[in-house]
Design a protein. Structure first.
Ligand code: SOE
Length: 378
């Protein structure tokens, strides 16, 4: 059995999610190359030492260069805030490592282009963590579309709604500052629905968008009696056209009171429709025109059968899976890709294509015009 050495940079929310995935993957996918959790890196010594102990890493360091220099480490997992992606990824590819990077790929399109060039030059695996591609119900949606059962795709409506910033007194973390996060709702969660649209419908060819910062000042984390400027959007919306002629409507919000993690889409085809909502992630709603007229209507498939993607590795039918499983599936594909020397989807190319749409939305919000996403560099 091939063993793949992993070095993780970052130990907060995503570092924890990825660590859990590396811990779980071989227990449920025993024929997958083995994830060897060699080391975790982070700047705060106490916090990274505690993370290593709690999450199951063999060692820790406060300098991620130690991971790059370690010949036992095959994969550098970049689970840092966005402003560090470019630096760490560029150095990791220069060191000949495979890279697994959190989304969005970068804070700017220029950075993303350099990262794609570095990936191509290295010839190693470059994968981005658009984990919602690995929800069995989402893959089933794609299979149904590919089978032609819902006909020609005419429209995609995607919304990723959260509400953790609805309170104006919520303090200003890194996700609210452009220099660290690149953008707000657009890049953090709008990126996910953009990527799902690419996966399910195909390339987006033009966009017209709007960004809003409804709460422009918030208490500082360091001193909540002081206010600071929010420099990213907390809401964004855009219209899109797709290469196949379909149209798209997208909304990303952190102010959607009552919506905790509502990553949802509906796709209308000429012969049927499909709808999904992450808050009910084991279900897929489908409508098929070729159903008998007396029983035709939207119905809900519980996507927990052995025939469904990844599902037979978990529990018997009806025993639902959760958000963390999407990361296990993602890591499974990563390990197989590294063993085979092939970048699995979503690759750095997919990361760039998404970034190009985010960039076009920002340009459109500034210009007031339709804008075209920049093509993937040759
Ligand atoms: C933001 O709240 C966030 O944690 C995103 O950063 C993740 O990508 C998303 O999966 C869940 O929400």
């Amino acid at each position: 059995m091939t063993t793949i050495g992993i070095g993780l940079v970052g130990y907060k929310f995503m570092g924890k999610a990825h660590s859990n995935a590396y811990r779980q993957v071989n227990a449920f996918f025993p024929d997958t190359p083995k994830a060897h959790m060699i080391a975790i890196a982070g700047r705060n010594e106490d916090a990274v030492a505690e993370a290593a102990e709690t999450f199951g890493w063999e060692s820790w360091t406060t300098d991620y260069h130690d991971l790059l220099a370690n010949p036992e480490i095959d994969v550098i997992d970049v689970s840092t805030p966005g402003h560090l992606h470019h630096t760490v990824v560029m150095e990791a590819f220069a060191a000949g490592k495979n890279v697994f990077c959190e989304k969005p790929l970068a804070n700017t399109l220029a950075e993303a282009a350099e990262m794609v060039q570095a990936w191509k030059a290295a010839g190693t695996v470059g994968m981005i963590n658009f984990n919602y591609r690995k929800v069995p119900a989402v893959i089933l949606a794609r299979q149904i579309i590919e089978s032609g059962r819902i006909g020609e795709i005419r429209s995609f409506r995607g919304s990723y709604l959260q509400d953790w910033l609805r309170d104006p007194n919520a303090t200003m973390g890194w996700r609210l500052q452009k220099e660290f996060a690149g953008s707000g709702a657009l890049g953090d969660i709008g990126a996910h629905i953009t990527d799902l649209a690419h996966m399910l419908v195909g390339p987006i060819t033009s966009v017209t968008g709007m960004l809003r910062t409804a709460i422009p000042q918030r208490p500082l984390e360091s001193d909540p009696t002081q206010m600071g400027d929010v420099t990213v959007d907390d809401w964004t919306g855009f219209l899109a056209t797709f290469a196949n002629g379909a149209t798209g409507v997208f909304e990303a919000s952190r102010l959607a009171t009552g919506r905790r993690n509502h990553n949802a889409f509906e796709i209308n085809g000429s012969k049927g429709s499909i709808a999904f909502n992450l808050e009910r992630m084991n279900e897929l709603e489908v409508y098929f025109d070729d159903d008998a007229p007396d029983v035709r209507g939207f119905r809900t498939i519980l996507v927990t059968e052995g025939v469904h993607p990844y599902v037979n590795r978990w529990w018997p039918s009806g025993h639902i899976i959760g958000w963390e499983h999407t990361h296990v599936h993602q890591v499974h594909d990563l390990l197989v890709g590294v063993a085979e020397g092939v970048s699995p989807a979503p690759s750095f190319a997919d990361g760039f294509r998404c970034q190009a749409v985010l960039d076009a939305v920002e340009r459109s919000a500034a210009s007031g015009r339709w804008e075209t996403p920049v093509a993937l560099p040759e």
